[in-house]
Design a protein around this ligand. Structure first.
Ligand code: ZN
Length: 455
C-alpha cells in the first residue's frame, strides 16, 4: 500500500518501450511528485529491437487534496442586456447606488438574496428603464463635455456612455445631452478606486494578477487570495500582486481580502469571493510495481519541495527584471505538458506534471527564458542540477536535470543568455529539460507565458 496523500512527492517515471522507471519521494504538505515517461513514438524495428532511445519526460506532481470540491455558485448568464461586472469589494447596495437603481430590484433580477453571494467577475443584469428620469442639457457655444460633467457633478465617462458619444470633443451646438443621475463614482469602499483580478474566472495553473488603484496614496496594502498572501508592488499608479492557482487546487469559491491604509492613516478593507475553475488536462493511470511503490513515499521529495519554496520566499523582490513574454529555453517541441493528471495503481495517488518537458541530447545550451537574477545553481535529488532565476515580483523560472552550469547565484542574466546545458541529472533515465515557472510560491503553467506577457 502507498500512503502518501497530502504529501508532495516527486516521481520520475520513464516509460520507453519495454522500459519503465519511476522515482518518487515526499516533500511539503499537500504536494506530490514526479514521474517520467518517454513518448511512444519510436517504433521497434523489424527485429523487435528499439533502435533509438526515446526522449524522456518526467513529471513532478502534487498529491491531490482529499476534500471534495465545493459546488461553484452559478454565474448569471447575460445576453445583450446592460450588465455590471462585479469587482472584489462591491455589494448589491453599492452596485445599485452606482447605477441609480433599487437594491431589491437588482437582487430579484439576478436571483440573489444576499451580497455575500456575489462573485468576482460575475455579470449582474441591470434593470432597464426604471431608474430616475435623466435631466437634459442643451449644448451651447463653448460647452465641453468635461465642463458639462463638472457642472452637473457627474463622472465624464458616465456622461459619455449615457449619450453614446464616441469622443469627448464631438459635441454639436444645440444637441441635447442626457445627464445621468448623480451617484457614487465607484461601488468600492474608500480608498479603493478599482480592484481588478485577471483573469476574473481563473482556472488551475493560471497566473492571477491583482491590480489595485486608490483615490489616495497608501502607506500599506496587504491581502490574501485563497488563503495565500498577496504581496503588492507599486507600478505606475497601480498596486500589483501576482499569485497562482495550483494545478490541484479544488475548483470552487475562495475568499479574497485586501486591507489598505492611506498615508493619512485611514484604513479601508475589501472582501469578496472568487470562483476558481478546473483546468483542461489530460489524464492517464500508471501502474507501478510493488518494488517501486516505496518511491512514492520518500521524504526526499518533501525536502526538495520545501527547499524550492524556501528559495522562492527568500528571494521576493519588488523589482521587475523581465520584460515581455518568455522565450523557450531550448528549441524543440514539448513532449509533456503542465497539469497532465496521472493516477497510480488505479487512483492511489493523484499527481500532475508541474512543468513542461522538451527532449534534448546531452549538452544542449539552455537559455534564460527572461531577464533576471540567478538565485540558485545547485543539485537536488529529484530535479538534478537546477538553475533558478528570479525575475522579480515573485516570478521564477526553474531549469532542471542540467549536465553543467553556466551561471552562479548572484549573476544577472538577459533573456537568451546561456545558463547551463541539458543533461540527465536527478531521477531521469535520459537527457531532457524540465522547465517550471512559479509565481507567489505557486507552480503554474509555463505555456501561456510563452505567448502572453504577465502585466
Ligand atoms: Zn517534466
Amino acid at each position: 500500500m502507498i500512503s502518501i496523500q497530502r504529501r508532495r512527492l516527486h516521481i520520475f517515471f520513464i516509460c520507453a518501450p519495454l522500459l519503465l522507471c519511476l522515482f518518487a519521494s515526499a516533500p511539503a504538505p499537500r504536494q506530490a511528485v514526479a514521474q517520467e515517461t518517454t513518448p511512444t513514438e519510436t517504433p521497434a524495428n523489424v527485429d523487435g529491437v528499439v533502435e533509438i532511445p526515446t526522449p524522456v519526460i518526467e513529471v513532478i506532481a502534487t498529491a491531490a487534496p482529499e476534500e471534495s470540491p465545493p459546488t461553484p455558485a452559478p454565474a448569471v448568464d447575460t445576453s445583450d442586456a446592460p450588465v455590471h461586472v462585479v469587482q472584489i469589494g462591491e455589494t448589491l447596495e453599492t452596485i445599485a447606488a452606482l447605477h441609480g437603481t433599487d437594491v431589491r430590484v437588482l437582487a430579484k433580477l439576478n436571483r440573489l438574496t444576499r451580497s455575500d453571494l456575489l462573485l468576482t467577475g460575475q455579470k449582474l443584469l441591470l434593470p432597464q428603464g426604471d431608474s430616475e428620469p435623466m435631466r437634459l442639457h442643451r449644448v451651447e457655444v463653448g460647452d465641453t463635455l468635461t465642463g458639462i460633467a463638472a457642472q452637473y457633478g457627474v463622472v465624464l465617462s458616465k456622461l459619455q456612455r449615457a449619450n453614446t458619444l464616441a469622443c469627448a470633443d464631438c459635441l454639436v451646438i444645440g444637441q441635447w445631452l442626457r445627464i445621468p443621475t448623480v451617484g457614487p463614482s465607484s461601488a468600492l469602499p474608500e480608498p479603493f478606486a478599482s480592484v481588478h483580478i485577471s483573469p476574473p474566472l481563473p482556472t488551475q495553473g493560471d497566473v492571477i494578477v491583482v491590480s489595485v488603484t486608490t483615490h489616495s496614496a497608501l502607506q500599506s496594502l496587504v491581502g490574501t487570495l485563497a488563503g495565500r498572501p498577496l504581496t503588492f508592488v507599486q507600478k505606475g499608479d497601480a498596486y500589483l500582486a501576482l499569485t497562482g492557482v495550483d494545478a490541484l487546487q479544488n475548483p470552487g469559491v475562495y475568499t479574497v481580502t485586501m486591507r489598505a491604509i492611506t498615508n493619512d492613516g485611514l484604513p479601508g478593507t475589501i472582501r469578496g469571493r472568487l470562483q476558481i475553475g478546473a483546468g483542461a488536462y489530460g489524464y492517464e493511470n500508471l501502474t507501478i510495481s510493488a518494488k517501486l511503490e516505496p518511491l512514492l513515499a520518500i521524504d526526499i521529495n518533501e525536502e526538495e519541495r520545501a527547499a524550492l519554496d524556501g528559495i522562492f520566499m527568500r528571494n521576493f523582490t519588488g523589482a521587475q527584471y523581465w520584460n515581455g513574454t518568455l522565450q523557450q529555453p531550448i528549441p524543440g517541441k514539448i513532449i509533456s505538458y503542465y497539469g497532465t493528471r496521472r493516477t497510480f495503481n488505479g487512483g492511489m495517488l493523484k499527481t500532475y506534471h508541474s512543468g513542461i518537458d522538451m527532449p534534448a541530447r546531452q549538452g544542449v545550451a539552455i537559455s534564460a527564458a527572461a531577464a533576471g537574477k540567478v538565485v540558485a545553481a545547485q543539485n537536488f535529488p529529484i530535479r538534478g542540477n537546477v538553475v533558478i532565476i528570479d525575475h522579480g515580483r515573485s516570478f521564477f523560472t526553474v531549469y532542471c536535470h542540467l549536465s553543467k552550469f553556466a551561471v552562479q547565484p548572484g549573476d544577472f542574466v538577459d533573456a537568451g543568455d546561456v545558463i547551463g546545458f541539458t543533461g540527465a541529472t536527478g531521477r531521469v533515465l535520459g537527457p531532457h529539460l524540465h522547465f517550471e515557472t512559479a509565481v507567489g510560491g505557486v507552480t503554474i503553467d509555463p505555456l501561456p507565458l510563452l505567448e502572453a506577457e504577465i502585466p
